[in-house]
Design a protein around this ligand. Structure first.
Ligand code: MN
Ligand code: MN
Length: 271
C-alpha cells in the first residue's frame, strides 16, 4: 500500500465527553479517553483490514477533547469546534459522549454540505420530540436534526425499539428505517453525495458491546457493522461513535470494538 498517495486527505479525531443528556445512566463522558487508550493498546496494532498502517500515516490526527465542562454552552462549544475543523477542510470523526452531541455536530456540517445524507446505526430511532422534558435528550437528536433540515436523507439501520410515537416521527420526517429484523437490506444501501455516519454502539448486540447504557438484545455483530462501513456506497465525509459507557464495560472489550470501528472508518475515508 502506497501511503504517500493518501497523505493529503486530512482526518481529525476529536472527543466530545458530554453525558449530561443521557436519560438512564451517565458514564459516556469517560469514553473518548478509553477509546484512545484502546486504539493504542499493545494487544493490537494500527493496521487496518485494508492494509493501511495508521501508525506511520500522517493523514490523520487526534485533537484534544472539546471543552464541554459547562453543560449550558456544551452544544455551542461542539458546533464551534467542528465548524473550525470543517473550515480547514478536515474530515471529522467525533468520539462521544452520549448521542445528543450529533445535533450540534450536524449544525456545523450542514453549513458545509448541502446535500448531506446521514447513515445512523442504532438500536433506537432517537426521534422523540422530547424525553423527560429534555428536548436535547440523547433520545431526541434526529428529531432536532430533521426539524432544522440539516440533512436531505436520514437512513436508520439496526432499529429494534420502535413505538407508536416514534413511528409517527419517522413518517413525519420521511426517515428510511431498516429495522434489525430486515438487516440484510442494509447491503443494498446506496448514497448520492456526501454521507455522515453516526454509530451508536448499542446498534451492536450487547453480547458484542456490553459497555453501553441501554442493553437492547437482538442486535448486530461487530462484523455486520464493519461490513456496512467497508462496503458503504457513497462519500464518507464525517462520522461519530457515541454511547460507549466504560462504566458498563467488561474488561474494556467494548472500548476495543469502538477503536476497531474508528480504525476502519479512517481507512474508509482514506480510500
Ligand atoms: Mn441507542
Ligand atoms: Mn442513539
Amino acid at each position: 500500500m502506497n501511503n504517500k498517495k493518501l497523505i493529503e486527505k486530512n482526518i481529525v479525531v476529536v472527543g466530545a465527553p458530554l453525558d449530561s443528556n443521557s436519560s438512564y445512566k451517565k458514564g459516556a463522558a469517560l469514553a473518548p479517553a478509553k477509546i484512545k487508550e484502546a486504539l493504542h493498546c499493545d494487544s493490537s496494532n494500527l493496521w487496518t483490514e485494508d492494509l493501511i498502517d495508521l501508525g506511520t500515516l500522517s493523514g490523520w490526527q487526534i485533537r484534544p477533547d472539546i471543552d464541554v465542562s459547562d453543560e449550558k454552552s456544551a452544544f455551542n462549544q461542539i458546533e464551534g469546534e467542528i465548524d473550525n475543523l470543517l473550515k480547514e477542510n478536515f474530515k471529522v470523526i467525533t468520539l462521544g459522549g452520549d448521542h445528543s452531541i450529533t445535533f450540534p455536530i450536524m449544525r456545523a456540517f450542514a453549513k458545509y454540505y448541502k446535500n448531506l445524507s446521514i447513515l445512523h446505526l442504532d438500536a433506537h430511532p432517537d426521534l422523540y420530540d422530547e424525553l423527560d422534558g429534555n428536548r436535547n435528550s440523547h433520545a431526541c437528536p434526529f428529531a432536532r436534526i430533521m426539524e432544522a433540515n440539516l440533512a436531505v436523507r436520514l437512513v436508520q439501520v439496526g432499529i429494534r425499539t420502535m413505538t407508536g410515537h416514534l413511528k409517527e416521527q419517522v413518517d413525519k420526517f420521511g426517515v428510511e428505517v431498516i429495522a434489525m429484523k430486515n438487516i440484510s437490506a442494509a447491503k443494498n444501501l446506496c448514497f448520492d453525495g456526501p454521507v455522515y455516519m453516526s454509530i451508536d454502539l448499542d446498534c451492536l448486540d450487547p453480547a458484542y458491546a456490553p459497555g453501553v447504557s441501554h442493553h437492547e438484545p437482538g442486535g448486530m455483530s461487530t462484523r455486520e457493522v464493519l461490513e456496512i462501513i467497508q462496503n458503504l456506497k457513497g462519500t464518507l465525509v464525517g462520522a461519530d461513535i457515541v454511547e460507549y459507557n466504560p462504566e458498563q464495560d467488561l474488561n474494556g472489550m467494548t472500548g476495543m470494538v469502538a477503536a476497531k470501528l474508528l480504525k476502519e472508518i479512517i481507512s474508509r475515508m482514506l480510500a
